[in-house]
Design a protein around this ligand. Structure first.
Ligand SMILES: [Mg+2]
Length: 171
């Protein structure tokens, strides 16, 4: 896989990411994708596992902010408020601006922050180019924004070569 598209870590889902590993790697803050990473696309429902995972994150003193390309502030705030974390909406990832506002919100340097998301071309590329650690998770379900489907096709082309070297880690 092209280096800039290669995630630092890869997990099946958000709740599979061990919080103690994040701390051990010096990660003090997270910029999280919303749709299909934290919750299903355009769906407010949060699983018990996701809610519990965020509790662990907070107890560990790791700060979290959602950075979503979703255009609807009410959609993004509905999830962020339940989790008690910050958010940036209409982010235009992989553009740098929203990642910088996320870092400002967290009050942390890029080297202390990991980007977590389900897409190579927005989340992983965006985070890597700013020198952040990136964590790729599998999308929660198949329902997604039409524009995302095009990117998925491209992800498959890029990912094909890398499949054998992928370091998929499950808890
Ligand atoms: Mg997503």
């Amino acid at each position: 896989m092209i280096g800039i598209l290669r995630p630092y870590l890869q997990y099946e889902s958000l709740q599979d990411i061990p919080v103690e590993d994040l701390l051990a790697k010096g990660i003090r803050g997270l910029l999280l994708d919303l749709d299909n990473t934290v919750a299903p696309w355009n769906d407010k429902s949060l699983t018990r596992e996701v809610i519990d995972w965020f509790e662990k994150i907070k107890k560990a003193g790791i700060r979290a902010c959602i950075v979503s390309n979703n255009q609807r502030p009410d959609r993004v705030s509905a999830v962020a408020d339940v989790l008690g974390i910050f958010y940036v909406y209409k982010a235009s990832k992989p553009r740098k601006k929203a990642f910088y506002s996320g870092l400002d919100t967290l009050g942390l340097q890029s080297t202390e922050v990991a980007v977590i998301g389900d897409q190579l071309f927005t989340d992983v590329f965006g985070g890597n180019r700013l020198g952040m650690k990136t964590i790729l998770v599998s999308p929660i379900d198949e329902k997604e924004f039409a524009g995302t489907k095009v990117l998925r096709f491209m992800e498959r082309i890029v990912g094909r070569k890398a499949r054998f070297t992928r370091n998929i880690r499950k808890a």
